[in-house]
Design a binder for this molecule. Sequence first.
Ligand code: ZN
Length: 420
Amino acid sequence: MTGPEMHALVERLYPLCRSITGDGVRATLDIVGEHLDLQVHEVPTGTEVLDWTVPREWNVRDAYIKDPSGRRVVDFRRSNLHVVGYSVPVSATMSLAELRPHLHTLPEQPELVPYRTSYYAETWGFCLSQDTLDGMGDGPYEVVIDSTLADGHLTYAEHVVPGTSEDEVMISCHVCHPSLANDNLAGIAVAVALAKSLDQPRHTYRFLFAPGTIGAITWLARNRERVGRVKHGLTLACAGDPGRLTYKRSRRGEAVIDRAVTHVLGDRPHHVLPFSPYGYDERQFCSPGFNLPFGSLTRTPYAGYPEYHTSGDNPEFVSPSALADTLEVLRQVAGVLDGERTYLNLSPYGEPQLGRRGLYGSLGGRSDTKQAQMAMLWVLNLSDGEHSLLDIAQRSDLPFAALREAATALLAAGLVKETA
Ligand code: ZN
């Protein structure tokens, strides 16, 4: 998928009213399912998952605040951010003073509508711009939230790209935010594109599309016996804003995924952050009982931009080129994870004669001859059985793909053998 195709997917998913449960999640997965074969799971309300319980399912059809003239001052149909997520139903006539405790604004960003939820405390509310609130008279207002909070299901989906190995790479995206483009949809779009681009990978790639926190916890609870298969993991979010790429290390800190991502980010502008038990679902995957090697890839990180969790995080905030850039990095990371091997130099006493074996000739005429030659020398020198290609990449500062190519040529010439 190209950047514009990923952006079109973001735009298509944007209007849907997602939450941690409900039909918005299902509609989102239906659209993702047009691109990928999805296994959709429905987990009933009340199911115990680790220390949590699957909540009641929330759905909303309409919501508004009507002024005395009958005009919808705040209208769910214009933006689903206007309703506090998990609001219980309400139908009442109120003065502004009575309504005021249920209204949420951002006084510092008066033109933006905030995103608010109340999953675990039963309440209701509206989000609106401070500018709108400032224009509201005393009322009375007709206040309606046509929602249901009832026993139902939590919905999540998986897509698996089988590899030649059962060892898994897992990519996890949250699908629980309503109209928020970067924080939610950009990650989904890039994950879809990555899944479609994988062609007979070595690892099995598992993509998880699940609501934040409770979805990851539900997946972990239902896969407790098999989580050991996950050898490398990433949460993917905020994948399309104009900022630099940011990698947050796994709890382990120096897992292969940490080394692979930081190597690929290499010379491009980027940030690397240490692990912290906050942010996206890496905090569940890296909880100490599981301690999976899960890092987090974003552009501008969690809560790091003024549009975060506001109506400013719309499809215009996400660019096709940023989506394409995030995808390119992930494809290179997959190349490292799938290409990682350890070799043993079979001619370790002095440098073997490369020219005699045609290994110089094969490099002729290439613009990257010097790099290809250096890659061969590095692979020969460090392939003592102790160093993998990724170790060599980190030590030599050469691109992993160049080392992989050199190793393949050396293997064909009988100068190295694969040990792992
Ligand atoms: Zn968020």
